[in-house]
Design a protein around this ligand. Structure first.
Ligand code: PGA
Length: 249
């Protein structure tokens, strides 16, 4: 770990999950047996936030959201504000996920407004960064990450923040970065954060599963995982939590 004391294992359900199956997920979840060393977070779609808030809290799971809009309220049909997420029981919000950057064309300017709005509402952003395959192959990974992190310049460093490094070529592909790539890139991210006056947890994301979680969590500078596909089933999510707890022990 990067000097912190508790791993974060966060599930990003993306556009998956109906009410009944999500209640079955909670039912199958073991109350966090490793609360001292692992924080469990689940970020379900908006429609599940209210119904899952209490069941998750009972199992020691912190609630997060997958996205938000930066305005507080008003004529923004279809949008959800940071205050609404807080009202629904969220502590975290994922911002800057590559699917939003690539599909919804979200960039630094918009993301800075979202970060500020999340902080104003008392949420902790899980800010995602990561390079595409071509960028890694051409040796520009660090430049890309630096540009994405530059959105943090001149922000109040006392505001809470978690970074998720997710190489885009590893998301949903079954390919994970090698432990060497992960350690090297996380070292760069921590160094860049320090240059920006920040010290915070840096999660790894991209095809994390119960088979590879332990070796990924053992990498220097890795403070947890942002998990997509493998967070949709309670047993594989719990296995990843257990793997992190073994590394923390
Ligand atoms: P994955 O997704 O674990 O399915 O690769 C990770 C993410 O997009 O956060």
């Amino acid at each position: 770990m990067g000097g912190s004391t508790q791993f974060i294992i966060a599930g990003n359900w993306k556009m998956n999950g109906l009410l009944q199956e999500s209640l079955a997920f909670v039912e199958a979840l073991t109350a966090n047996p490793n609360a001292g060393t692992v924080e469990m977070v689940i970020c379900p779609p908006y429609t599940l936030l209210h119904p899952l808030a209490k069941p998750f809290a009972d199992k020691g799971v912190t609630l997060g959201a997958e996205n938000m809009y930066f305005e507080e309220s008003g004529a923004f049909t279809g949008s959800i504000s940071a205050g609404m997420l807080k009202d629904a029981g969220c502590e975290y919000v994922i911002l800057g996920h590559s699917e939003r950057r690539d599909i919804m064309l979200e960039g630094n300017k918009l993301l800075r407004k979202k970060l500020d709005a999340a902080w104003d509402a008392g949420l902790t952003p899980m800010f995602c960064i990561g390079e595409h395959l071509g960028e890694r192959e051409s040796g520009s990974t660090n430049d890309v990450l630096k540009q994405q992190l530059s959105v943090l310049a001149d922000t109040d460093t006392s505001n809470p923040l978690v970074i998720a490094y997710e190489p885009v070529w590893a998301i949903g592909t079954g390919k994970t970065a090698s432990p060497e790539q992960v350690a090297e890139t996380h070292a760069f991210v921590h160094q860049e954060l320090a240059r920006l006056g920040r010290k915070c947890k840096v999660l790894y994301g991209g095809s994390v599963n119960s088979g590879n979680a332990e070796s990924l969590m053992a990498c220097e500078g890795v403070d947890g995982a942002l998990v997509g596909g493998a967070s949709l089933k309670a047993d594989s999510f719990m296995e990843i939590v257990a793997a992190a707890a073994r590394v923390a022990a």
